[in-house]
Design a protein around this ligand. Structure first.
Ligand code: NAD
Length: 503
């Protein structure tokens, strides 16, 4: 895509020429290293003003009935659907995703808007029986306040949509701080929301949805503000380690969605053809830069050889290249630092007794001197060494063999992260054991599908160093609201709980 086509695309997405130039945040495409924009960073003082506006918006928005708030996300879903092709292409240009994955990411936004629309009529609490005669207890969920959404580069559109669609129907204004590595995709998604707000009219207060551009400084202003009761932050475990305690220090709520180190167990009862297809998609999709990417393959000794006989040729045939070109399955890494981290991990793996079975080398360096394309790698490890236990955000898959399922599950759980996991097996006992309390310790545990590519209907997130929180579907909405317990006395007496007599 040449410069003029990119310019037209940004204009189509509502990202204006004046906001794309003259600023200090230089945005580059991982496809060819070309500069896409020089965005203006929001001064930290302006972030505080945005928080103030959001507070004012909250006072009005919380009074709008939830099903009416649902109408706004319905319109947002429509705008995203209409702009799907354009936003998808911005994601490809900026985050390096292949076209199919860029489109899929926008579809997630459409899906969560539809989910949130339905949810807007279901934000209900329980009625609870009272121990006292003539009394009733009930729960209500009320809007919480402004929600900050801080996102990572690899899902620059969908993670904002996951959070904002739910927050908005729950009655909360949103302030979005997209990744400094992929702010244009965030802006394009945000512009679709602004168009929806314009159609929704004056029922939406000013300051209901705002965006701040920048990196850590802008994020920190949101993290530290007591006027932001919920901070939803997606990114590395390093980031979560810094953000978590700061939000806790002011008794704020947080949703932390951090790094993963996701594994698949392949047992002798697995359908190996299906397993291979799932391994390839989940280990090399988005060039291994999904939080749920498959990073560890734990294979029974008996099927190791048969699996490799299918897997290695599949890796061999993968087309690595320009993600905008038809037929490409693996696009570029986000930047040079990601490439260096992958090379370091491969060296460490070799130093820790591993053997590189395929890939790992840089390709297309002549065509794209300022971009980093790598052939997806598989390294066979003698055990779960230090390098295997850390997340390397690249298409690098570690293979380990096991003898019995108990050992495989122990290996599976013996990492600091706990996001996604899966087992390939047609043996009911093996499957149920993996899903049981003594099975996978991850937030997501799948059977006969890979660890990546979750649907929005379920709660998304993981345990341990992944953060312990959940967002998206199921009952994740409850974190965006405050619960009140109401005891109502409709009798003429005043009995005390626990049978206490007073006076
Ligand atoms: P990153 O941690 O470098 O940045 C993520 C966001 O946090 C950015 O917006 C950044 O500006 C902000 N940030 C960084 N340091 C901060 C600090 N000290 N205080 C406040 N904000 C700060 O992550 P990245 O490189 O953009 O993304 C890759 C990582 O994100 C991987 O580890 C991946 O597993 C993880 N991730 C997790 C999920 C999930 O849902 N669990 C989803 C996507 C990505």
């Amino acid at each position: 895509m040449n410069h003029d086509e990119r310019t037209r695309l940004f204009e189509d997405c509502g990202i204006r020429a004046e906001e794309r130039s003259g600023g200090s945040l230089r945005v580059r495409s991982p496809i060819d290293g070309a500069e896409l924009a020089q965005l203006h960073e929001t001064p930290p003082a302006a972030v505080l003003q945005a928080i103030d506006r959001a507070q004012h918006a909250f006072i009005r928005w919380r009074e709008v009935p939830a099903p009416v708030r649902g109408e706004l996300v319905r319109l947002w879903g429509e705008e995203l659907r209409q702009a799907k092709a354009s936003i998808g292409r911005v994601i490809s240009i900026e985050a390096g995703k292949i076209v199919q994955e860029g489109l899929g990411e926008v579809q997630e936004g459409v899906d969560i808007c539809e989910f949130a629309l339905g949810l807007s009529r279901q934000l209900h609490g329980r009625t609870i029986v009272s121990e006292r005669p003539g009394h009733r207890i009930m729960e209500q969920y009320h809007p919480l306040g402004p929600v900050a959404v801080i996102t990572a580069f690899n899902f620059p559109s969908a993670v904002f949509a996951w959070n904002a669609a739910i927050a908005l129907v729950c009655g909360d204004p949103v302030i979005f701080k997209p990744s400094e590595k992929a702010p244009l995709s965030g802006l394009a998604t945000f512009r679709a929301l602004e168009r929806a707000i314009a159609r929704f009219g004056d029922r939406a207060p000013a300051g209901l949805a705002q965006i701040v551009i920048g990196g850590r400084a802008q994020a920190e202003a949101l993290v530290d503000s007591p006027l932001v009761p919920l901070v939803s932050a997606t990114g590395s475990t390093r980031m979560g380690r810094e953000v978590g305690p700061r939000v806790a220090a002011r008794f704020g709520r947080r949703i932390l969605e951090l790094g993963g180190n996701n594994a698949m167990i392949v047992t002798p009862a697995a359908d190996l053809d299906m397993a291979v297809r799932a391994i390839v998609f989940s280990a090399v999709g988005t060039a291994g830069q999904r939080c749920t990417s498959l990073r560890r393959l734990i294979v029974h000794r008996e099927v190791r050889e048969a699996l490799l006989a299918r897997l290695l040729p599949a890796y061999e045939s993968l087309r690595v290249g320009d993600p905008m070109e038809e037929g490409t399955l693996v696009g570029p890494l986000i930047d040079a630092a990601a490439f260096d981290a992958m090379q370091r991990a491969i060296d460490d793996a070799k130093g820790q007794g591993g053997r590189l079975l395929c890939g790992g080398d840089r390709v297309h360096a002549e065509r794209f001197a300022d971009a980093y394309y790598v052939r997806p790698a598989i390294a066979e490890m003698p055990s779960q060494t230090e390098v295997v236990r850390r997340e390397t955000f690249a298409p690098l898959l570690y293979l380990m063999a096991y003898e019995d399922l108990a050992q495989a599950i122990a290996l599976h759980n013996d990492v600091p992260q706990g996001l996604s996991s899966c087992i390939f097996s047609n043996d009911l006992r093996e499957v149920e054991r993996f899903l049981s309390a003594s099975g996978s310790d991850c937030g997501m545990a799948n059977v006969n599908i890979g660890p990546s590519g979750a649907e929005i209907g379920g709660a998304f997130g993981g345990e341990k160093e992944t953060g312990g929180d959940r967002e998206s579907g199921s009952d994740a909405w409850k974190q965006y609201m405050r619960r009140t317990t109401n005891t109502i006395n409709f009798s003429t007496e005043l009995p005390l709980a626990q049978g206490i007599r007073f006076g």
